[in-house]
Design a protein around this ligand. Sequence first.
Ligand SMILES: CC(C)(COP(=O)(O)OP(=O)(O)OC[C@H]1O[C@@H](n2cnc3c(N)ncnc32)[C@H](O)[C@@H]1OP(=O)(O)O)[C@@H](O)C(=O)NCCC(=O)NCCS
Length: 155
Amino acid sequence: MDEVTVAVLDLASVEAVERREPAGRQYVRPAFAAQTRGEQTVLVAWIDGVPVGSGEVTADARPELRNLRVDADRRGQGVGTRLIAAAEALATDRGVLRIGVALDNPDARRLYQRQGYAPTSEIEEYEYTYVDDDDQRVTVREASEYLEKDLPARA
Ligand SMILES: CC(C)(COP(=O)(O)OP(=O)(O)OC[C@H]1O[C@@H](n2cnc3c(N)ncnc32)[C@H](O)[C@@H]1OP(=O)(O)O)[C@@H](O)C(=O)NCCC(=O)NCCS
């Protein structure tokens, strides 16, 4: 597999990520702004200098990994697993990491459960709008369950 690196988003990388976004998505600048305000940390996965996936870890007492996604042509190659590992490294001091997974997303749930995330039975229903890979705005009503993993303190 091509070598994957995961890094915290910095200002110099914002443009590289933005260039690969569908024009209407406008994800990375607001995400970076929220990081600058101290609300979250944005992780980006890179292969050969190209951003191929991302996710955010919230700056909460019980941090959450949000908006995990990998480019469609790079899925199933371990990139998501690397992003989860990097998110766990950021959350270690809090001792726990949470991930909300849509009830109709069994593939992602399988990935998280394999990484040690356990169901909590905490279900949240919400509506959100996103811009898909074809630059179309899509609004969905969804229910997610939080999964959780305890993270042992570093020695
Ligand atoms: C879920 C996602 C981030 C996983 O990233 P990834 O790089 O494909 O994950 P990895 O290669 O490390 O692990 C592969 C596992 O991911 C899961 N997976 C989820 N969706 C997948 C997809 N579309 N293609 C391949 N694997 C997928 C599977 O459990 C797979 O394991 P399997 O071999 O048991 O089927 C990625 O597939 C994705 O962006 N999906 C669309 C967005 C999404 O559903 N995000 C999760 C929100 S909670």
